[in-house]
Design a protein around this ligand. Structure first.
Ligand SMILES: Cc1cc2nc3c(=O)[nH]c(=O)nc-3n(C[C@H](O)[C@H](O)[C@H](O)COP(=O)(O)OP(=O)(O)OC[C@H]3O[C@@H](n4cnc5c(N)ncnc54)[C@H](O)[C@@H]3O)c2cc1C
Length: 375
């Protein structure tokens, strides 16, 4: 019997643990996470305005983790490789095989004042804090000015939720600005989708400052690297992420802050260790890094679970070659943009596609009660 330890219960770790529990029940699978729940990050932006309750943005682990997986709720403090040993806040965990699925944490990129004055959106606690802050601001001020730093999935969706017509009419005036260091929104996604999102946000009055960066965040607003100052009552930080410090001590980290892996999702010169999700730096057929997305994380988590099982059975692992369906973003109650199968759509159809992605994900757990509670 082998001890297989999955680090992280996010999109990739949950899938890896489920595949292992189902296909290799003779082995001992342990899932370690600091949280007692799985975070549905794709739902986070809709909690910022209260369109969704934060209760719909996480699932208690017992509801989705098979009973033959041991759940260890602990902070992972270090990982050593020969022999494998994971130090946690609850003591050492030995391992014969390791699935590293720890995602990333928010990074202020060294911008002075960002840590003190900007609010990140990486956890359910962040959702609650932002929700309370937005609610207090819009109820107490004539005009609320919000700067969203970062124009990826989360930044554009947050801007979309804040400028949703139904929410906007409940305020006494809202000005939303996105500051995006790249030359366009959604730099990881298709340019057609990015253009569609840009059009919707522009129509709603969102100011998008692309190709600009910040020199400072303060209590009164931000300062751009051009010297321009923007007043802000709230700065939402979605701009950048970095690997959790634990993996930095043990693995080589790429310039993008991820662990380089081979097409089988193994770090170089490593045996019996796989990496999946936002942490894994793997190039696609066009030489671009696979984007940090829930869809990729789920597919990679499944692949590393299957590859560990293959190796345990004396077989060869299989390369990661995902069949991607497309991308969909919601920008409030009814607006959305999606590109699925090469077809671009907006409005209710795109909204339905994003909902279908959630349905597909939840349905994979095989629990009708989960669909009832989270859809
Ligand atoms: C606000 C927001 C909106 C998003 N919207 C979309 C979207 O619409 N579509 C999309 O495809 N993607 C979206 N994403 C991206 C998506 O959430 C990530 O790509 C995905 O979560 C990556 O999965 P993962 O398994 O790599 O890591 P995660 O899901 O981040 O999971 C990592 C897990 O590791 C645990 N962990 C980390 N360090 C430690 C430690 N030291 N000790 C113990 N536990 C630890 C964490 O608690 C967490 O449970 C969004 C992200 C955010 C933040």
């Amino acid at each position: 019997m082998s001890q297989i330890v999955v680090l992280g219960a996010g999109y990739s770790g949950i899938q890896a643990a489920r595949v292992l529990a189902r296909s290799a029940p003779e082995h001992l699978v342990t899932l370690v996470d600091r949280l007692p729940h799985h975070q549905l990050t794709t739902q986070f932006p809709a909690t910022v305005t209260g369109r969704l309750t934060t209760g719909r943005a996480f699932i208690p682990l017992e509801r989705i983790v098979p009973t033959n997986v041991r759940i260890l709720r602990a902070e992972i403090e270090s990982v050593s490789r020969s022999p494998f040993e994971i130090q946690t806040s609850l003591g050492a965990v030995p391992a014969d095989w390791l699935a590293v699925c720890l995602g990333t944490t928010s990074s202020d990129l060294g911008v002075p004042g960002a840590r003190e004055h900007a609010l990140p959106l990486k956890s359910v606690q962040d959702c609650m804090r932002l929700r309370n802050c937005v609610r207090d601001l819009v109820s107490s001020r004539g005009l609320t000015r919000i700067v969203v730093v970062g124009g990826g999935y989360s930044g554009t969706e947050v801007a979309g939720e804040l400028t949703d017509p139904q929410f906007a009419t409940s305020t006494r005036g809202l000005e939303v600005t996105i500051v995006q260091p790249d030359n366009r929104l959604l730099p990881q996604g298709s340019s057609r989708l990015a253009d569609a999102v840009q059009r919707i946000l522009t129509k709603r009055g969102v100011r998008t400052l692309c190709g600009l960066w910040l020199s400072e965040v303060g209590a009164e607003g931000i300062c751009l690297d051009t010297g321009e100052k923007l007043a802000a009552d709230l700065v939402v930080w979605t701009a950048s992420t970095r690997p959790t410090p634990v993996v930095k001590q043990t693995f080589e980290i790429s310039p993008e802050g991820r662990i380089p892996v081979d097409p089988y999702l193994r770090p170089p010169n490593s045996e019996r260790v796989y990496v999946a999700g936002d942490l894994a730096a793997l190039q696609d057929l066009h030489g671009r890094l696979y984007p940090a997305s829930a869809q990729i994380a789920v597919a990679q988590g499944t692949r590393i679970g299957q590859n560990i099982i293959a190796e345990l059975a004396g077989k060869l692992p299989v390369e990661f070659k995902p069949r991607l369906l497309g991308e969909a973003l919601t920008l409030g109650r009814h607006a959305a943009a999606a590109e699925v199968g090469g077809v671009l759509s907006t409005g209710r159809l795109a909204h339905a596609m994003k909902r279908a992605a959630l349905f597909r994900y939840l349905a994979g757990f095989g629990s009708p009660a989960l669909l009832r509670d989270y859809l």
